[in-house]
Design a binder for this molecule. Sequence first.
Ligand SMILES: *[C@@H]1O[C@H](CO)[C@@H](O)[C@H](O)[C@H]1NC(C)=O
Ligand SMILES: *[C@@H]1O[C@H](CO)[C@@H](O)[C@H](O)[C@H]1NC(C)=O
Ligand SMILES: *[C@@H]1O[C@H](CO)[C@@H](O)[C@H](O)[C@H]1NC(C)=O
Length: 412
Amino acid sequence: MATTTKKKLPLFPLISLLSFTSIFYLLSQFRNTSSSSSIKAFSSIHNFQIDNNRHRRGSCDYSDGIWIYDESRVSRYDSNCKEIFKGWNCVKGNKANGVEVAKWRWKSNGCGELDRFDPLRFLQTHTHTSIGFVGDSLNRNMFVSLFCTLRSSISDGQVKKWRPAGADRGFTFLTYNLTIAYHRTNLLARYGRWSASENGGALETLGFKEGYRVDVDVPDSTWVQAANFHDILIFNTGHWWWAPSKFDPVNSPMLFFKNGQPVIPPLRPDQGLDMVLEHMKAYVEEKARPGAVKFFRTQSPRHFEGGDWDQGGSCQRDQPLSAEQVEELFSVKNNGTNVEVRLVNEHLNKALKGSSFVILNITYLSELRADAHPASAGGKKHDDCMHWCLPGITDTWNDLFVEHLNSIEHRS
Ligand SMILES: *[C@@H]1O[C@H](CO)[C@@H](O)[C@H](O)[C@H]1NC(C)=O
Ligand SMILES: *[C@@H]1O[C@H](CO)[C@@H](O)[C@H](O)[C@H]1NC(C)=O
Ligand SMILES: *[C@@H]1O[C@H](CO)[C@@H](O)[C@H](O)[C@H]1NC(C)=O
């Protein structure tokens, strides 16, 4: 800590995505992955039973519940899926519990067990459909999970890799004409470096010299076309709003602009988040295709213990937390290292209330899973207690996403 405070801290692991993205592109020319027929057979039978009950499950709340260990549970894809980012591949990175991570089932208090969706059936029932993930690297983690799950259910050679509507990455499952894409954006709104102008201005008068200009009413260019391209959208934002190592409140603060003019008096980041959510919500509601289904995913928790990511914090647990431990770690009044998760959610709730967005509430089920981050897998300098192992719990996020989607489609 002491040696790094003077220098500008790299925002690990957030920033790692930025620098890795280009390398990753070179390395990850799409190669076919093999699928497991036994997994397919299992999930087909499994899903048949779900569908019979679906009409009764429309407005279920899966957000609260418990994880149940299931020795016999086999992931629908394995660590050979080429889309898995190296740092998230806990099996290949030799994490001690790398395989165990995916052996837990989510049982909700409200609706019983969350079933796993059947990937082949999903492809068959969502032909000519495009699904866009828009957000930070945690949404990419979820996108990769969906890709690997779908990819495992089909034979080789039927997937086209491309970048739909300016996406960072994307694939079309050709036989079904189902497209999935990931649009990378940290704040949803456009932002970039700002320096004081010699000609002065409102911010210069207040003494600002350097910072980041955040245009609260301008969508990031990476997804500006996504809103009316995809039939199904899944948004998130959060981690970067509580990231003082990049948006240092003194040396490189966020400076909010609206209608091209600085907002005066300057806003705190959490106030800026409210403005961004307001404007981005309105933008999507205006641009989205008729009948589009729009999800907003709640904040994904980090599990740094013993300090933050740059203070030697780690996540060495191999079991989920108890409900009591979760409260200790995450309750806002305890103001611990990972307190931002519930703070972000308060802002999301406020902004999305009464909107047409469906809230995909993965927070609590993820808060329990201190065991499911890559930690030091693959030999990292700092533990990654923010992203998730794949296979892992973003598979469950997708089960929840498909469950919500099915209940919406069944209603309409
Ligand atoms: C998400 O679900 C948890 C558990 O039911 C609940 O406590 C929390 O308020 C929900 N959060 C949001 C943003 O809806
Ligand atoms: C494929 O699906 C997209 C929607 O995602 C649709 O616009 C397009 O027309 C479809 N293509 C064909 C050949 O059916
Ligand atoms: C929470 O803790 C941080 C230091 O970890 C401190 O800077 C901040 O003021 C605290 N916030 C509140 C509301 O107590």
